[in-house]
Design a protein around this ligand. Structure first.
Ligand code: RM4
Ligand code: MN
Ligand code: MN
Length: 430
């Protein structure tokens, strides 16, 4: 038996915190009631919100300079599921995982699905990987995959994506996310038009292999690892591609994949308008694709993104059902703590967006009261919704303070012993 956090520990940790929470929640309820908001309705919606954990996010990330592994890191997909289960147990807001193939490959996908189900986890979009060569791979993706000049390489990349769909079906997923690293480092290196043509042709072969109830999410990225141009560089290219591919293709927005200062909430609004918003890879950034924890750098921007999402729900925008996933790299924190906090920050942005008085906002917009409209957003954004988030967690069976509870459990210390093959534990540091 591997170590699991005892339900008793959560109950005890909650019992200590309940009296203060009840008081804070009641006080916030009264404040919101004066603004015509029923706190219970907000709490219900927060409970219903879920975001998928990326399986690669529970291991320590790394930069192109170094990777400093932590102790007790997951050694494979089954350990990752255990960590994701722990996150879900304490936060109750991460009911799915987003796997990455071949990183999460196993000989027994049925066992994987069963283990995930036992942890209360389902499978969200499956991510393919043609940005690396796998051991023993005969043809290389060094100069591209779906847009490669050599048809044999393109075919290999298509076959990998079709295999991902097959695996996803075994896991109960219903979407494939395709991010390619294809691009160029030098002006003139690649014919930008032909590269896109080749991509579209290869992508339509993948599209043709989608089961009836599946979707494909195209994830654009401005640069890195290609630094002069990338084939699917921006939401414009992504949008044109999904239009050409068909109704099952949509655009995925990774918050770190845009040019600096791009108005991401506006991109979101546009994609909603054209029924092409696939969903998100949430993270935060200061400069580029930093993959920092959600809400840690620009919480107001995150709120503005959620404001568009709540607005779309409020307007009952047709075909609006985005997939929510986190895509982060944890280099200096315990990944489990970062992911729990990130899930909470996403719920926070969502809850704040739910507090926007849409009628008042629209009224101000209609009469061109610029400051009045802005203040409606600010009123919601500056509201401390922490008691709502904590109450939602407690009611859903989670921890009022997930990080305190996690730390008190000694989970990482136990995993360091159970998973000696990894990181510092292997070097005898723990
Ligand atoms: C990329 C992109 C993809 C992710 C890889 C690991 O930058 O964000 O979504 O699968 O990183
Ligand atoms: Mn991503
Ligand atoms: Mn990225």
């Amino acid at each position: 038996m591997t170590f699991r956090i005892a339900a008793d520990l959560v109950a005890q940790s909650n019992a200590e915190r309940t009296p203060a929470l009840v008081e804070d929640y009641a006080a916030l309820g009264r404040t919101l009631a004066r603004r015509g908001i029923n706190i219970e309705q907000v709490t219900e919606r927060v409970i219903a919100f879920g975001v998928a954990i990326p399986t690669w996010g529970v291991g320590t990330g790394g930069t192109r300079f170094a990777r400093f592994p932590g102790v007790g890191e997951p050694r494979g997909i089954f350990d990752k599921i255990e960590d994701c289960g722990t996150i879900q147990m304490l936060t109750r807001s991460t009911p799915a995982i987003s796997p990455h193939i071949p990183w999460d490959k196993t000989s027994d996908f049925r066992a994987l699905r069963e283990m995930a189900a036992a942890e209360g986890l389902g499978f969200d979009a499956i991510n393919s990987n043609t940005f690396q060569d796998q051991p023993g791979q005969m043809l290389s993706f060094k100069f591209g995959s779906l847009s490669h000049t050599d048809k044999a390489v393109r075919d290999l990349a298509v076959a990998h994506n079709l295999e991902c769909i097959e695996i996803g079906q075994k896991l109960g997923s219903n979407a494939l996310t395709v991010w390619i690293a294809d691009g160029a480092n030098f002006a003139g290196q690649s014919n930008m038009t032909k590269a896109l043509d080749r991509y579209l042709e290869a992508m339509s072969a993948i599209y043709a292999g989608l089961p009836a109830d599946w979707q494909v999410f195209l994830e654009h990225k401005l640069y890195e690892p290609a630094f002069y141009s990338t084939v699917i560089s921006d939401w414009g290219t992504s949008f044109a591609a999904v239009q050409e591919l068909g109704p099952k293709a949509k655009c995925l927005v990774d918050l770190g994949h845009h040019a600096p200062n791009v108005n991401i909430e506006q991109v979101v609004a546009r994609l909603v308008r054209f029924k092409k918003l696939a969903g998100f890879h949430f993270n935060d950034s200061k400069y580029g694709d930093d993959d920092l924890d959600s809400g840690s750098v620009e919480p107001f921007r995150l709120f503005l993104v959620f404001n568009e999402l709540v607005d779309a729900t409020h307007r009952k925008a047709e075909g609006f059902a985005p997939a929510y996933m986190i895509d982060q790299s944890h280099n200096v924190t315990d990944p489990i703590e970062s992911l729990m906090q990130s899930a909470i920050e996403l719920q926070r942005a969502y809850a704040q967006a739910l507090l926007v008085d849409r009628k008042a906002l629209e009224g101000a917009q209609e009469v061109n009261d610029a400051l009045g409209a802005h203040l409606e957003l600010k009123k919601a954004f500056t509201s401390d919704v922490s008691p709502i988030l904590a109450m939602a967690r407690q009611r859903a069976g989670g921890a009022i303070d997930p990080i305190a509870c996690y730390r008190a459990s000694g989970y990482r210390r136990h995993k360091a012993k159970e998973r000696p093959a990894s990181g510092a534990a292997a070097a005898g540091i723990v």
